[in-house]
Design a binder for this molecule. Structure first.
Ligand SMILES: NC(=O)c1ccc[n+]([C@@H]2O[C@H](COP(=O)([O-])OP(=O)(O)OC[C@H]3O[C@@H](n4cnc5c(N)ncnc54)[C@H](OP(=O)(O)O)[C@@H]3O)[C@@H](O)[C@H]2O)c1
Length: 319
């Protein structure tokens, strides 16, 4: 067994990537090591390459989404074993030497950041799910105070109508599906380009306008459309859940606003059920890929080309 592992390191802000050999990681008691088979590219990856928005020190390793095969498990890990096919939220728990980032041969993550991959999903498809699903789940539970039944079966909500801004983004498409699970009879409307309307209705959104109790903003659309807050139902709870994108929104007084960052979900009641719950939702057909997956290439160098493409903007696709 090799004593080393490869990392795709970025030298500096706006710099170049280099493949660097590091000692093979050894998991802590509650961690697993995943030998990566596929990674997904997120908007935060190109923002970090170009602007270093969340980077503390350089060189660094990027990547928040990955899928692969369990390579080793910590002594206290019960839910995974070597050889399991999994996908995970990566990179948010930086740790020593960027060991949790996705863009490397073996990534080491807390075991509750990972989920078993259903056999019917490819590694590429599975790699696209962690960030968008957890961000959507967090935006609903933490931001809108709407419990998801499989995470916290004891909770309830009086929300009757929700507007999802950016419904055709990966986060928005995940949010529509989870909202439909949580509130089967609520009105869920979503904004997107007209070409995506039929797909969003197939995920569970409605097509008629209403006064909204809650707004989930997946793409910081309210920054350029501040009048969107007039869409609130004047007598409703007026909750606004804003996925952190690096852009600020002027939120009017009287609106209950929360900034959302995916790993917050793990600190919530039942949050440790979030990733195992996703495997069950996928297996039962209750959660589908929010957008189609486009494979941009193979090997570390495909990451750089994919980030160039992502920076120019995508519509209805995940890399
Ligand atoms: N805080 C976190 O934990 C976290 C996690 C994940 C993502 N994010 C951030 O959340 C944002 C979305 O990420 P993503 O991966 O879901 O993005 P994505 O899939 O790349 O979203 C692209 C889509 O957003 C839609 N869009 C963009 N601006 C819009 C607007 N003003 N109104 C309506 N739709 C708009 C476009 O839809 P049409 O094609 O229909 O026009 C486009 O297809 C990014 O800024 C990302 O950095 C944050």
């Amino acid at each position: 067994m090799s004593k080393t592992s490869l990392q795709y390191q970025l030298s500096q802000k706006g710099g170049h990537f280099a493949i660097v050999s590091i000692p093979r990681p050894t998991p802590g008691p509650n961690e697993i090591c995943i030998r990566m088979k596929a990674v997904a590219l997120n908007p935060v990856d190109w923002k970090n390459r170009a602007m270093g928005i969340t980077i503390q020190s350089w060189p660094t390793v990027l990547g928040h989404d990955g899928a692969g095969v369990v390579d080793s498990v910590g002594d206290s890990v019960k839910d995974f074993k070597v050889g399991d096919e999994v996908f995970a939220l990566c990179g948010t728990d930086k740790g020593e030497g960027d060991r949790a980032a996705a863009f490397q041969e073996i990534a080491m993550v807390p075991s509750h950041y990972a989920a078993k991959k259903p056999a019917f999903l490819t590694f590429e498809e599975a790699s696209s799910l962690g960030v968008c699903y957890l961000t959507a789940a967090c935006a609903i539970t933490v931001g809108l105070h709407i419990p998801l039944p499989y995470i916290d079966p004891t909770g309830g909500s009086s929300v009757k109508s929700i507007l999802v801004l950016g419904g055709s983004s990966t986060v928005g498409g995940a949010a529509i599906q989870l909202l439909r699970l949580a509130l089967p009879s609520a009105t869920i409307l979503a904004t997107s380009s007209t070409k995506h309307h039929a797909h969003l209705i197939s995920l569970g959104s409605d097509s008629k306008r209403a006064g909204f109790d809650a707004i989930l903003d997946a793409v910081t659309a309210a920054a350029s459309q501040p009048d969107i807050f007039s869409a609130f139902n004047p007598t409703g709870p007026k909750t606004y859940s804003q996925v952190v994108t690096g852009v600020n929104v002027e939120v009017p007084q009287g609106v209950d606003s929360t900034l959302i960052y995916a790993p917050q979900i793990f600190g919530e009641k039942g949050g440790m059920n979030a990733m195992p719950g996703l495997t069950d939702l996928l297996q039962s057909g209750k959660f589908k890929l929010p957008v189609k997956v486009e494979v941009v290439g193979k090997g570390f160098d495909a990451i750089e080309h994919g980030l160039d493409k992502l920076m120019k903007g995508v519509s209805g696709a995940n890399f």
